[in-house]
Every structure is written in C-alpha cells, then in structure tokens.
Design a protein around this ligand. Sequence first.
Ligand code: GUN
Length: 292
Amino acid sequence: MATPLILDGKRCGDALKAEIAQGARKVGDRRGRPPHLAAVLVGDDGASRTYVEAKVKACAKVGFRSSLIELPASITEDDLLDKVRALNADADLDGFIVQLPLPTHIDADRVINTIDPRKDVDGFHPVNVGNMVLGLPGFLPATPSGICELLKYYQVGTEGRHCVVVGRSNIVGTPMSILMSRNTYPGNCTVTLAHSRTKDLGSITRQADILVVAIGKPGFITGDMVKEGAVVVDVGIHRIPDTGRKSGYRLVGDVDHASVTARCSAITPVPGGVGPMTITSLLLNTLLACSS
Ligand code: GUN
C-alpha cells in the first residue's frame, strides 16, 4: 500500500476554528458579550488537566470567554452537584463541561444528569443522547462529532461502507456507532460495535472499511487486524515513558501505527488527529448554545 493519507485534525480543526471565530464575533455584536464556556476540573489528574487547559486555550483562539473552575478531589458529591446547579443558573455562561473521570466517590451519572441539557456542550446528558439517537437537534458528543467533521473535511466516502467501532464507551464508541449509522453524510454505514467481550476481534476488524478505535489500550490494533485500504481513526491517547525524550514520555494511540500504516489508505495521527477535533466540536457546541 502507498503511504496513507494523514487525516490531520489540527489542519481541519484550524479551518473550522476560523469559521467559529467569525460566529463568535457575530454573537458578540448581537449580545454584547462573546460565547462563554466553563470547564470544571475536579482533582489534579495530570492528563485531565492537560485536556482542560487545551480546551480553555482553544476558547481564546476563537474569541470565546472561558472559565476554568478547579475543585479539590475531596469535594463531596453534594457540593459538586450544588456547583453544577449554580453554573446552570449563571446567565453569563453559555455552556460548561465537567471533565471526566471524576474521583470514585462521586457518581458521574448523577453529575451529568444534573447539568441543564441546554448548557451540556459535551452532549452527555440523557436528553442530548436521546436527541442524537432520534436524529433531533441537540448537542452531539464532542469526540464522535469531531471525527465526523474530520471525515467530511477529507471527503471520506461512508455510504454503504462497513464501519467497525472498537469500544462501547458512552462518550465515544456508542455514540460513534449511532452517528455512522444515521441516514446522512457522514453516515449510512453498516455498523458493527465491537468491545472487550467480542470474540475473534481480528475477524471483525478485518471487515472494516472504516475502523474507529476507542478501546483505551496502547497499540492494541495491529496491522494484521486491518483490511488493506481501510480508513483508520485512532481515538486513543496514552503517555508511554520514554527516556529518550525531554518530556520523559511519548504519546501513542490505541493503534500500532508502525504496522497499520503499511496497510491502511488513511489514518489519524496521535497526537494531532482526533484530539484537536474533539476540542473544535466543543467550541462548535458552545457557539450553538448561544443561539438558543
Ligand atoms: N474525558 C475524556 N474525554 C472527555 C470529554 O470529551 N469531555 C469530558 N467532560 N471529559 C472527558
């Protein structure tokens, strides 16, 4: 196989961010204040902090206001729920996210269910999930919707193709499988949702024209599990210790790029693939929140 097309999430995200910045200016002219996104970070998990800071930084890039709300890992569930209710009621705020995972003593479902669906720019609230399943307007979850934007940007054909999604999380795999089966573009795929209990996973992934991997295991999908010419979307991002790097680590995905690159026709890099698209979709949702 020739060198695959790199599905560059930074390039696609930057193109979309230019449009979002234009939308932000219009909102500012109309309302007298720009879109405002808040991110709640509970505790001090290093990876979560990196993601949240990237989201806040992206807001500045498109002219949004942002607030980073840092809460201690020891916060009680009731106090966090009170904070969520206060954000729901804050008229100066268009949307907010609570970065996951939360400390184990907090029930994430209760927190998500307490977010006002009109401010749920992560698209995690059952109302938004239900709207997505029914094809009704609402906030789409950022990672799957960012992947759809990336497929659109690179004009990847999806109709009638077999999309295999590996991983059934609420925030990536399950919604991705729904979006790819919708009667729209991108979509109209025949979808298989594979997961940790799937038997003979390789026999399933080898059927994929489009393979989306969100299983949370570094280098899990290897070249022998991929059909020649497949389009591969790698959602994973893991820090692997690497003494050869100044940072002391390198980032790898759920896909073993060395072996898969030799077989696929297109692939998302890690970093710089799905990550920037997730953030861009969050910005798009925040802009959408300003029009309601
Ligand atoms: N943790 C991993 N991905 C996400 C995301 O998209 N949103 C939130 N809130 N937490 C996450």
